[in-house]
Design a binder for this molecule. Structure first.
Ligand code: PRT
Ligand code: ZN
Length: 288
């Protein structure tokens, strides 16, 4: 019987939907997974285990799940022996110092002899040691942001994305201890099994192609024949653009793949060079 690669993803939380979306973008057909702890892909040898994010690094270290999708913050906090293979570009946040609105701190030295509440005591303690600062760290498992108003701590160190939670609790963001995003992690012994390694390499190739595609756009436009050289100069294409004849002999169609963030930069120049009907379309996958 063929082996299945086991992938752990967060069951319910901030990373769940995007993790499943990424797998679908890789062409995986996944059984209906509502309220199930494990499901299989119907067109790939893959089982998906739904777990709490805190548990994923340990399951992967122990090779119970061969790979996982989890926030880098969880991996670093647990300090387990897993490999971070690829940052996935979603679930971005920073582990930052939050201080009362009226307080002022300039740098890490101002934390000296203060009390800081956090759910990430290991990352914070390492950071303090690296910076030669002695402070008291209180570990709280949730609602860290209310600690200063309860008088439990002077400051907090918590994950921040929009900053709204800090504001609601009359805190402000001070400096950053760590940047984090969702990452693909893998067990260090999974590779020893050639069958699993082959499945993993195949899945990783699909993930990489899907991530590349998300950052790219397919653009199409019509141009006057005589502006082709200028248009090709403007387009920062991955490869040479495709040029097609149109029924109007004075016109050509140009198609190209460009990075998403370049689209608005080149738009004006393309128009000035005579391009019209400029379309930009999403791409599902790119295999170079
Ligand atoms: O049940 P389970 O243990 O699986 O989930 P959880 O509640 O522990 O985790 P969850 O779903 O909240 O977060 C999962 C992962 O998402 C985290 O480990 C991070 O890698 C990532 N992530 C990204 C965040 C945030 N952004 C985030 N803003 N995780 C938590 N927050 C919290 C933060 O702790 C604070 O309470 O959101 C609040 C701040 O958000 P803003 O937008 O107000 O700044
Ligand atoms: Zn958690």
């Amino acid at each position: 019987m063929k082996k299945n690669l086991k992938l752990a993803v967060q069951k319910k939380g901030r990373l769940s939907d995007k993790s499943m979306q990424l797998l679908r973008n890789c062409g995986l057909d996944i059984e209906n997974f509502q309220d199930r702890l494990i499901v299989s892909a119907t067109n790939f040898n893959l089982d998906i285990l739904f777990l709490r994010d805190d548990d994923i690094p340990e399951y992967v270290q122990d090779n119970v799940a061969h790979i996982g999708i989890v926030g880098e913050n969880e991996v670093l906090e647990k300090g387990l022996d897993v490999e971070i293979v690829k940052k996935l570009g979603f679930g971005r946040c920073s582990l930052s110092l939050g201080i009362p609105e009226k307080s002022k701190i300039n740098d890490v030295n101002d934390l000296s002899n203060k009390t800081i509440a956090t759910s990430y005591p290991n990352i914070l303690k390492n950071y303090l040691v690296e910076n030669n600062v002695e402070a008291k760290v209180i570990e709280l498992s949730g609602s860290v942001e209310i600690a200063p108003s309860l008088g439990v701590a002077d400051f907090i160190c918590d994950l921040v994305s929009t900053g709204n939670t800090l504001k609601l609790n009359k805190l402000k963001k001070s400096f950053k201890v760590l940047d984090s995003q969702a990452a693909l992690i893998k067990s260090k012994i999974m590779d020893e099994d050639p069958e699993l390694k082959k499945l993993f390499d195949k899945l990783l190739e699909r993930i990489e192609s899907s991530l590349k595609a998300q950052k790219s756009k397919y653009i199409m436009m019509n141009i006057p024949k005589n502006s082709l050289d200028r248009i090709i100069e403007i387009i920062p294409s991955l490869k040479s653009p495709t040029v097609l004849p149109l029924s109007d002999e004075n016109l050509l169609a140009v198609h190209a793949v460009i990075s998403e963030n370049k689209f608005w930069d080149i738009n004006e120049d393309l128009k000035k060079a005579g391009a019209s009907g400029i379309l930009s379309l999403p791409i599902e996958n790119i295999i170079l």
